[in-house]
Design a protein around this ligand. Structure first.
Ligand SMILES: Nc1ncnc2c1ncn2[C@@H]1O[C@H](COP(=O)(O)OP(=O)(O)OP(=O)(O)O)[C@@H](O)[C@H]1O
Ligand SMILES: [Mg+2]
Length: 493
């Protein structure tokens, strides 16, 4: 089969939307829960499909005549926060609450602005007040909405730590927290929105993330504001996406997990849905396959069983991912590019393994970069595994980790979080980021085809690692780290 027309699309939703995402989008349960309004925070790892949900939702809502506002704070917003705001300790002021108020203020003003673009309709009746308010107060916010948020927080900060008389302080703060400037407009706003519903999407909160106190309050405040607005304005929906590890690093969020649990949707994929995701793309670009089922579509492009390995090609590829769409799209695209170069079709082991080296290097470095705030210098920890056999008994692995924790094996300066830790801590950490997989015994329910027993965090939420006797390095990292198979051929990869 001629594969020259094959196109797996772009690995980021922002560009993929122009390739055909609308056509080959997989309507996952996560999407359903967000689209129907059950959930309003999307949690997911890098490349798991947060923006894809937003892009498709935005397109559909626009087509239905709704107003959609897409907010993605620019790269420098966190730096601006730290530069312009006083530290909490300087004035014992709870930033969290200040940011909540500021986010509500910003979002409501943006919604008013968006509706005002509708033109004359807004200049009569109830809505005229909104128009007048905007005219008198917000002639020029379009360019940098975050600056409006910052200036609101700064107003609160001014009264918190400025030297005002106590009663004035309390009064002014109260006004700011209660959004007095706009509160009287909200009934009018809700009335306008009941005729034209509004969807506000906040994505890319991780861009420029610097893990600062302000950055954390910024996100925690947004969560609160999102709850508040969704409760008070039934026709304005705010949906926020957040990277999993960012969420985990904001104590005020996970400590309040109860409060947020029912609004959070965590994106998860399994082998069946990932196959569907790839097959949709194959069918989209190769019209001859447009009615093939998922497995059929795959097997026209990839040799079903890889020569040399005798493994199923889909299993081989999906095993080299952490079940994130971006990974499988990337790997398939790389393999396809290689197959075009050497004129081979269907795509077989030689081509896949040629593509694998570059893919593995990219993924290893990306994962290290992804966790740079929680676990800086992670790449140097991975490097300790270079050239070794990839399967470990517990004893061997503990010894290796002990060597890392005692600096017998050198890691980067930055990676000092490993020093003087128990080997078990390092094992848990490496498992939790997907670098290690653990052999599960007993009837563990996991998102994995039967017959394979090594599991990672993308396949099973919890595993009692302390009872695990065998581990191996996840296959995605092995090619780059030149890891070897060892004496007995892996029981299963
Ligand atoms: N449900 C889906 N159906 C089809 N393709 C999807 C789906 N979800 C994600 N993808 C594709 O997977 C790739 C990665 O998705 P996306 O860019 O949305 O990830 P993300 O979670 O926003 O990542 P990041 O954290 O880097 O912003 C994109 O090519 C996207 O189009
Ligand atoms: Mg994204």
């Amino acid at each position: 089969m001629d594969l020259s027309a094959l196109d797996f699309g772009a690995p980021a939703a922002e560009r993929d939307i122009a390739h055909g995402l609308i056509d080959y989008f997989v309507e996952s349960q996560a999407f359903q829960n967000v689209a129907t309004g059950k959930k309003s925070v999307i949690l997911g790892n890098r490349g798991s499909g947060k923006s894809a949900i937003f892009k498709v939702l935005a397109q559909r809502e626009k087509a239905a005549g709704r107003l959609v506002l897409e907010l993605s704070p620019d790269d420098y917003s966190y730096e601006i926060l730290t530069r312009s705001l006083a530290r909490e300790a300087q004035g014992s002021w709870a930033k969290h609450g200040a940011f909540t108020a500021a986010w509500k203020y910003l979002i409501y003003v943006l919604v008013m602005k968006g509706l005002a673009k509708d033109g004359p309709r807004l200049r009569t009746g109830d809505a005229a007040r909104i128009y007048e308010y905007l005219r008198d107060n917000h002639q020029d916010i379009a360019d940098n909405p975050i600056s409006l948020l910052v200036s609101y927080v700064k107003r609160i900060e001014g009264f918190k730590i400025g030297s005002y008389e106590a009663s004035l302080k309390t009064r002014e703060l109260d006004r700011l927290y209660k959004l007095e400037e706009i509160i009287n407009l909200l009934p009018a706003l809700n009335a306008v929105c009941s005729k034209r519903r509004v969807l506000v999407l906040v994505d890319e909160l991780d861009r420029g993330w610097d893990a600062s106190e302000d950055a954390k309050s910024f996100v925690a405040g947004l969560f609160q504001a999102c709850i508040g607005i969704n409760q008070n304005s039934p026709d304005v929906r705010v949906i926020v996406s957040l990277r999993r590890e960012l969420y985990d690093s904001i104590p005020s969020l996970y400590e309040d997990a109860q409060k947020y649990r029912d609004m959070i949707e965590t994106i998860g994929w399994d082998e069946r849905t990932l196959l569907q995701l790839v097959a949709n793309r194959i069918r989209h670009s190769i019209t001859d396959l447009s009615v093939a089922d998922d497995a059929d579509a795959w097997n026209h492009v990839f040799a079903e069983t890889l020569n040399y390995r005798q493994a199923k090609s889909f299993n081989y590829i999906v095993d080299r991912t952490l079940y994130r769409p971006r990974e499988i799209i990337q790997f398939c695209s790389d393999a396809h590019a290689e197959s075009q170069r050497v004129h081979q079709s269907p795509i077989d082991y030689q081509v896949i393994s040629n593509a694998e080296l570059v893919y593995s290097e990219g993924r290893t470095k990306d994962i290290a970069a992804e966790y740079r705030f929680q676990f800086p210098g992670l790449l140097s920890v991975f490097e300790v595994f270079r050239g070794r056999t990839y399967a470990f008994d517990r004893d061997e692995l503990e010894l290796l980790c002990l060597g890392i924790c005692t600096a017998e094996y050198r890691t980067d300066e930055e990676a000092k979080w490993v020093l003087n830790q128990e080997p078990d801590f390092l094992i848990e950490t490496l498992w939790s980021i997907g670098f290690l997989r653990a052999q599960a015994v007993g009837g563990i329910k996991a998102l994995r085809r039967s017959g394979s027993s090594y599991l990672g965090p993308h396949q099973v939420a919890n595993l009692n690692l302390r009872n695990t006797q065998r581990f191996h390095v996840h296959p995605m990292f092995r090619a780059y780290l030149a890891m070897k198979e060892g004496r007995e051929r892996a029981d299963d990869d």
